[in-house]
Design a protein around this ligand. Sequence first.
Ligand code: THG
Length: 362
Amino acid sequence: MATIFPSRRVRRTPFSAGVEAAGMSVCTVYNRMILPSVFASEEEDYRHLKTHVQVWDVSCERQVAVQGPDARRLLDMISPRDLDRMAPDQCYYMPAIDRDGGMLNDPVLVKLAEDHYWISVADSDYLHYVLGIADALALDVRVWEPDVSPLAVQGPKADDLMARVFGDEAREIRFFRYKRLAFQDTNFVVARSGYSKQGGFEIYVEGSSYGMPLWDTLMKAGEDLEVRAGCPSTKERVEGGLLSYGNDMARDNTPFECGLGKFVNSPRDYIGKAGLLARSEPVQQIRAVEIGGEIPPITAPWPLLADGRKVGQVTTATRSPDFGVNVSIAMVERSHWEAGTSLEVETPDGMRPATVHGKFWI
Ligand code: THG
């Protein structure tokens, strides 16, 4: 297949030299930025992630910075999640919705100060939406994309690697909390978070010039831990039920359909509240679905059928080496979403048997 033409429109990252030298073999584009997809092979990358520790260039998780006297007012307008009890060192997974309650994004919100936040966005142009609300309401707030690139350190040995580079303080960071930890003549927001279920951290690298020095420091410090360059693993994230905006859900889904209803608790009159709450009893919902036989790569949703009638769609599917089955994420209608329900999936290679699982695999 052809390669991507280098241009300003598809952005490289502060770590691109590192991932290229480390042997990135397949990549994708996310928020108009390169995101590695494979280094050695999907299976090898997955096994290594679950055994050792990886450093991930997730720069494409761009920050929408919101700062100013009206920062909190703006967030209260767009957040279905109650921010009242958000601690000064906390991160929140936050559904972002439109006026009807449809999902626009599923970012991680990082609180830097009462008047300063980062919205760490998934793959949709959410900055423009936030800026539009701020301008339409003439809020006293600045909205922009700062020079901040997340570098994730994920895997069972993540604590050991981080302690070597940032000190034992890193070990004390709680889930979805952060500390500011020193590196050279600066410091970074370091959170215990990340797009895997293996445990780990996200370093919000502020200042592109620190990118390769930090990359090299982590790689050197982790040599005997067998640290490697890695990237989000489809196999691991489907086993863990981590959702991918644009794949597993999009604007035609509500947070309730996505299983994110627990994050809809704001008492305020945010945009889309009435429409969202009117849809709080979903007629379809995300489910873990096991698929039998051999399956091809999935590039468009596969219909889920019961007695020949469409009752949902599989949005991400892949072979799980550890569970010895094909694991998938699907949107399934209420009539057929109960655990144990037998269905059929229409793949491009033919029909395959499918079973609704009670929960995800990890
Ligand atoms: N980290 C950061 N930014 C991001 C992502 C990230 N932006 C894009 C994308 N990923 C946003 N989507 C998600 C999806 C899932 C999670 C985080 C961001 C996640 N979920 C946990 C879970 O479901 O188990 C925890 C949710 C919770 O309980 O709060 O971590 O990965 N910076």
